[in-house]
Design a protein around this ligand. Sequence first.
Ligand code: C2O
Ligand code: CU
Length: 550
Amino acid sequence: AKIREYKWRVEYMHWCPDGVDGVVMAINGNFPSPTIRALVGDTIYVHFTNNLPTEGVVIHWHGISQSGTPWADGTASISQCPINPGETFLYKFQVDKAGTYFYHGHYGMQRSAGLYGSLIVEDEKEPFHYDGEFNLLLSDWWHKSSNEQQIDLSSKPFRWIGEPQSLLMNGRGQFNCSLAAQFSKLGVPQCKLRGDEQYAPQILHVHPNKTYRLRVASSTALSSLNLAIGGHKMVVVEADGNYIQPFSVKNMDIYSGESYSILFNTDQDPSNNYWISINVRGREPKTPQGLTILNYIPHFASKIPNSPPPLPPLWNDYKYSKAFSNKIFGLNGWSPKSPTRQNRRILLLNTQNRIEGYIRWAINNVSLVFPTTPYLGSIKYGINNAFDTKSPPNTFSKNYNIMKPPINPNSTYGNGIYMLKFNTTVDVILQNANVLAENESEIHPWHLHGHNFWVLGYGDGKFVSKNVEKFNLKNPPLRNTVVVFPYGWTAVRFVANNPGVWAFHCHIEPHLHLGMGVVFAEGVHLVKNVPNEALTCGLRGKMLVKNKHK
Ligand code: C2O
Ligand code: CU
């Protein structure tokens, strides 16, 4: 195993992600941020310098277990202090599991500002073969700055950020023109691109009659997506860094925080090119589809495919989405088996609420706000008054009607966390509900830091204890992100065996910002070698200063 060392500097830069000039957070002059490629078992060193003029920053390595290095998880207020402008922080962690991952800012709404990049961990042996591979990091883009979005969301009266202006693949999209104008009724002009523009699509060049692996990850702030390759079947083989039972589809859903690998054969007419498209799902689409081209060598990449881009399923065809999610199973012999029973079950009700006229999201009626002292430090060093030590509720009222807006829409702010007994098996049931408005319930992709969980099942309506009988204990897929469908529930199981403090939250950026998350802590007394630089803020920061002067 190798050490892979990087020197990174983050700064704001002018950029043109979709043909409209804007500003992004870039690392070493790149948007998206640079791709890390490593081999399983390698250790990554990132010397991360904050060149933002006036704000702190952290980087979360999404999907990496951070076993033994919970202080490197990159979650502000949980695992570390924000890195101050001008300062350098060393992230040091092992990539112990092969797969398709990404990383992103995890302070305020920095992911929305474009702070994300791919992280690919290669395996020495894999349960499938291919001749070449590509990588697409998907995101959504607003013309309004993330700063302004953040202010909008936290204002009274509430201002919603609206739908994104464009969808990006590897940071590239088109707003004022379309690659497929001739097939569209929207009246947007055909893009005239030289190919070197920042918003020119990244074209995938393939040879006929080969098999390719396409790695995709979604770092969207809001959008759930559906991906298709015109004329080509896709075989899904990996989900969130876990091999799954291969299955074949025409198109696939991908929620924010998820990653997949698919295999496709270049078995179509080699004199033609084909569309690769992404479309919004689960929200009434007001964003044009994202497009790029699959180009069969040796023909010109500029040749427009002769058929229109693939038609996505209807945005609100949830049956279709559920059918996709229900096709994902763990691959026998390649993924660890789930324990047969749990030690603790936590039910988490997802609701939209109001607190003193502000719109918030709440879990069991508590809307998460982050403390100034990172939990990792306050728990490890036994600091009092850093956060509310009373645990948030383990469940919600049996009488709660999930089909209706909350009867009492008020909730409370809280920063209490769930203390999990070390090495126990925990089931979490995520329960969706109606939002503040009638007849509406949204999609929430939940992401767990520091662990994979087994997805035991999904269901419609309110979870009842007899649903347990239908849990899939035979071949549940391991994942780090899972969707909760409108008016439905999702059950996951994990083993609390990774000493540290871990966020579990909706991966929709504005939802997390408005309180949609919880925090788990386990075995914190076992955490060793936390660098002081990780915790030099809040009450732990004061302690460190005092010790220095003694
Ligand atoms: Cu990719 Cu806490 O998130
Ligand atoms: Cu959400």
